[in-house]
Write a protein of this length. Structure first.
Lengths: 208, 224
């Protein structure tokens, strides 16, 4: 029979996983509505970073603010009518490190969007399917789980009318020239590159 | 922690798991048209149920109207027998995926709220012709624990779009309206894409604790 302390540690681990899952799902709900300030507030105080698709890496609190508010939020101007972004946060595998203060999580991002895309029909709203894989890191600060590192690896963003086989990616333009990233992309290899995003977790049975 | 505190923590984690399962089971029952089983997932003290543009139905009686006589209920009476007057459309069906539950338990552990995405692939004879549709919406539901079991107390599915497979949400956000004949109230917030409607979150911000109070001024599509 486990001692009270051992039971407490096990329950704490389950609670940590649940809190991190909710954190990632809430990130998704805020992203759907373009609530960039609320998203900035989900990030860690200490050395956070964000990297999505081919936009490059934004580092530190200031980088997070520049990425979400200046770039994605366009300075928090009212969103253009008709912009749609619904991205499900699916199938989380969360690994809490033994000390219980850091964790990693892998998720699918799968969604439906309507956005102006630059590579075709510039400025016109287009409807797209988007899919990719997150490998994220989390940290517990002051008793609360926060996002330490957000990394979304795009698999496809395809026009609704075409599909991923015909047109794997529209609307990715590389690093922004005004709101510049702090470092270049660490990985960007959408379909059909054949590259796989490495998994953070060890094999649950063999431990490898 | 002492034993009582540990028990409270375990109960809290179990409650969240039970509610996640309840919502998913609701989805599986809907897909398999087990409407009587759905009715039994609701509390006798149900506040209301509202889906799509059907209108708002009050109380447990409203739940029966919605599920047994109405949405998805064609082809099944409350006793589970086929209803002769409403033959089940051949080839019709729904796949309702319940995604991304975020559950907020009340401090006393007796009630809870939860938000989900719903993503549907539907086959439905809209306008008399069988069609294939993609739908999306958000749930904000409420739950109550009675005699140790979690039940629905309020269900609200807020539609984002209801589009033909052949066209997509940008081209045709809503294929049409599906009001039911006997709601207690008209739809309370049926503002599909591209209205920009913000369906309020039941959860507070996990770090700042901020409670969601969105401002939404509906702008009629015909308004200049």
């Amino acid at each position: 029979m486990a001692t009270l302390e051992e039971l407490e540690a096990r329950i704490q681990r389950l609670d940590d996983i649940k809190q991190i899952e909710q954190l990632q799902k809430i990130f998704g709900y805020y992203q759907d509505y373009g609530e960039w300030q609320k998203i900035v507030d989900l990030f860690a105080d200490n050395e956070p970073s964000a990297e999505e698709a081919d936009r490059g890496v934004y580092k530190g609190r200031e980088g997070i603010r520049r990425y979400f508010i200046d770039l994605l939020g366009d300075g928090l101007k009212p969103a253009r009518p008709g912009i749609l972004s619904i991205i499900f946060q699916l199938q989380g595998v969360v690994t809490v490190n033994p000390d219980g203060t850091t964790a990693m999580g892998r998720w699918y991002g799968m969604g439906m969007e309507a956005k102006p895309t630059a590579s075709l029909h510039e400025g016109e709203l287009r409807q797209t399917w988007i899919n990719g894989v997150y490998e994220n890191e989390y940290v517990k600060e002051d008793g609360k789980w926060k996002i330490k590192k957000l990394h979304f690896n795009l698999t496809f963003r395809t026009p609704y009318e075409d599909g991923w086989l015909k047109v794997p990616v529209v609307g990715q333009n590389g690093p922004d020239r005004v709101v510049r990233p702090d470092a270049p992309s660490t990985s960007y290899a959408p379909y059909p590159s054949g590259e796989r995003v490495p998994v953070h977790f060890t094999h649950p049975v063999t431990g490898k | 922690m002492n034993l009582e505190e540990l028990e409270a923590e375990v109960t809290r984690l179990e409650d969240i798991q039970e509610i996640e399962n309840l919502e998913r089971i609701y989805g599986y029952y809907f897909d398999t048209r087990k409407m009587k089983e759905i009715v039994d997932l609701f509390s006798e003290d149900t506040e209301s149920v509202e889906i799509e543009s059907h209108g708002q139905f009050l109380g447990k009686e409203g739940v029966r109207k919605m599920y047994v006589q109405g949405a998805g209920g064609e082809g099944q009476t409350e006793s589970g027998q086929p209803a002769a007057t409403r033959p089940r459309p051949v080839g019709g069906g729904t796949v309702i995926i319940q995604i991304g539950g975020v559950i907020t338990l009340a401090a006393d552990g007796k009630t809870a709220k939860g938000r989900w995405h719903t993503w549907l692939a539907e086959t439905f004879p809209f306008g008399g012709v069988m069609g294939q549709y993609w739908l999306h919406g958000y749930y904000e539901n409420e739950f109550v624990k009675e005699h140790g079991k979690w039940l629905f107390k309020k269900l609200f599915w807020n539609t984002s779009f209801y589009t033909r497979f052949e066209t997509g949400w940008l081209v045709q956000p809503i294929v049409g309206f599906l009001p039911m004949p006997n709601p207690d109230n008209p739809p309370t917030a049926f503002y599909p894409y591209p209205s920009g409607y913000h369906f309020p979150y039941s959860f507070p911000h996990p770090i700042t604790g901020e409670v969601d109070k969105p401002e939404f001024k509906y702008r009629h599509p015909m308004a200049v």
